[in-house]
Design a protein around this ligand. Structure first.
Ligand SMILES: [Zn+2]
Length: 307
């Protein structure tokens, strides 16, 4: 793939729907178009309308284009705008608000909001493999905008200021995984930790009692934050500085860019942030291509707004 030095260069390169389509075909199919219905590669491209393919399998005969079955299916937005937005979200160090995206792309804020969420979906599940080795685990509150409000205006529950609990695990020198959980009880913590880290890993946490059940599955080291202990020498250096550092990044991205994030959508914002963190060493173009390769599946506006 060509290397882009700026958003402007990117925009110049992907300036027509045809060019975007061509690139998407390459990313999605690796040069061999496959029927989204039956998976067969026995397909032909129409000579009259080269966007459209037809499956040649007798039982299938499905007509399709590269966007069928992807996040782009049935979208009225041109692929040029999709590409630009995906580039911005996967490359820009902090993401972008729907208001800003709307003005950059010349679309309504509602469309930009939906677009932003669909791209976030493409940025999710970017680290499917389990973490291993020394893994730091911690929980934090994210969302709302409580910290910016005067104390007596903060809401303890419900309403605009509601925050949600996020559990996170980070492998030292490795990737991060996060999960929005309703509360930090033993059940939620046990389930999430098992989804995050591989057996035989070393788990480092503070002394929260909710880790008590899952600790039997791992070698468990704790640090006692209540006693103002932050680093302890053991067979390893026991601390949770990496995951706490990541919380700062996540909160800056979410609270700094977005006016308000509801707990319902928080996981997608967390995924967006984790994507950038986990691909921090990749080149901008690689990040874009990685995001694009994850375009399978759809996310309807209706699904987003239903409670
Ligand atoms: Zn087919």
């Amino acid at each position: 793939m060509k290397t882009f030095k700026s958003i402007l260069e990117f925009q110049k390169h992907f300036n027509t729907d045809e060019k975007c389509r061509e690139f998407l075909e390459l990313q999605r199919w690796n040069g061999t178009p496959a029927c989204p219905c039956c998976g067969s590669v026995n397909v032909k491209r129409f000579a009259t309308n080269n966007k459209i393919f037809k499956c040649k399998e007798k039982e299938c005969r499905q007509k399709f284009s590269v966007t069928v079955g992807t996040i782009y299916e049935n979208s009225k937005l041109p692929l040029t705008k999709w590409f630009l937005a995906t580039y911005i979200l996967s490359v820009h160090s902090k993401g972008i608000s729907s208001l800003q995206l709307a003005s950059w792309l010349g679309i309504t804020q509602k469309t930009a909001w939906h677009l932003n969420h669909r791209i976030r979906k493409m940025l999710s599940n970017n680290a499917p493999e389990l973490l291993e080795g020394i893994c730091e685990i911690d929980e934090t509150y994210v969302g709302g905008k409580e910290s910016n409000k005067h104390k007596n205006k903060r809401t303890s529950k419900g309403g605009i200021g509601k925050k949600a609990m996020v559990l996170g695990a980070i492998q030292r020198e490795g990737k991060v995984k996060t999960k929005v959980i309703p509360q930090t009880n033993i059940e939620n913590i046990t389930e999430a930790v098992k989804e995050f880290i591989a057996p035989d890993s070393i788990m480092v946490t503070d002394e929260h009692h909710a880790y008590n059940r899952v600790k039997n599955l791992y070698e468990h080291k704790t640090i006692n934050h209540r006693q103002k202990q932050y680093v302890r020498k053991d067979t390893i250096l026991v601390h949770t500085n990496n995951i706490e550092g990541y919380w700062n990044i996540l909160k800056k991205q979410i609270n700094g860019i977005h006016h308000f994030v509801s707990p319902k959508h928080l996981q997608r914002y967390c995924d967006e942030s984790a994507f950038r963190f986990n691909n921090r060493e990749a080149l901008q173009d690689e990040r874009f291509a990685t995001a694009l390769a994850n375009c399978e599946g759809t996310l309807q506006y209706k699904t987003l707004i239903t409670k």
